[in-house]
Design a protein around this ligand. Structure first.
Ligand code: ZN
Length: 172
């Protein structure tokens, strides 16, 4: 059964959404940290903004569901894997040598993944209210994606691989 079809009630949908948004927020904060090391404060700022949106969104969802206990979704129950596009970068590929272009691409694949998650549910959930709310969330993710696309247009892929002969020490 597809994940979208499993979203048969609001609580299940909200529980998955909170988990997705919190994961996205952490990922964006990590990317922001890497851009700090890169001395790229503007893009770091963009990633922090996205992290902030995700946290805000998670909080809204929690408020929305106040009164009802959201089911706790274990990470292995998510089934994210089947939804991850082939371009979705692994966290292990993230490092301080990553270019701004690469960081933006990773952020974009995260936003795309979130968009696809909500979009599928907006079409395939058996519950009408879940479909409607998922449609709203999908639109928000599209806005985040548009923001990143604007940045990417200003950060073309560098021609050569970057080699740093004197890597900075990573703070513990
Ligand atoms: Zn987003």
């Amino acid at each position: 059964m597809s994940l979208a079809k499993k979203m048969s009630d609001m609580d299940t949908f909200l529980a998955y959404s909170v988990a997705l948004e919190e994961e996205a927020a952490d990922r964006h904060d990590e990317l922001a940290g890497m851009m700090d090391v890169h001395n790229n404060p503007e893009v770091a700022e963009t990633f922090r903004k996205l992290a902030h949106y995700s946290r805000l969104h998670a909080k809204e969802i929690r408020d929305h569901s106040e009164g009802s206990d959201l089911p706790v979704i274990a990470p292995w129950d998510f089934g994210w894997d089947s939804m991850e596009g082939p371009e979705t970068a692994d966290i292990g590929e993230m490092n301080y040598l990553m270019t701004t272009h690469q960081a933006l691409k990773i952020a974009m694949s995260n936003e795309k993944r979130a968009h696809n998650f909500y979009f599928d549910i907006s079409r395939d959930s058996p519950d009408e209210a879940v479909r409607a709310l998922a449609g709203e969330f999908a639109d928000e993710e599209k806005e985040h994606l548009a923001l990143l696309e604007k940045w990417l247009a200003n950060c073309p892929e560098p021609a050569a691989e970057i080699y740093d002969p004197d890597p900075p020490h990573m703070p513990e």
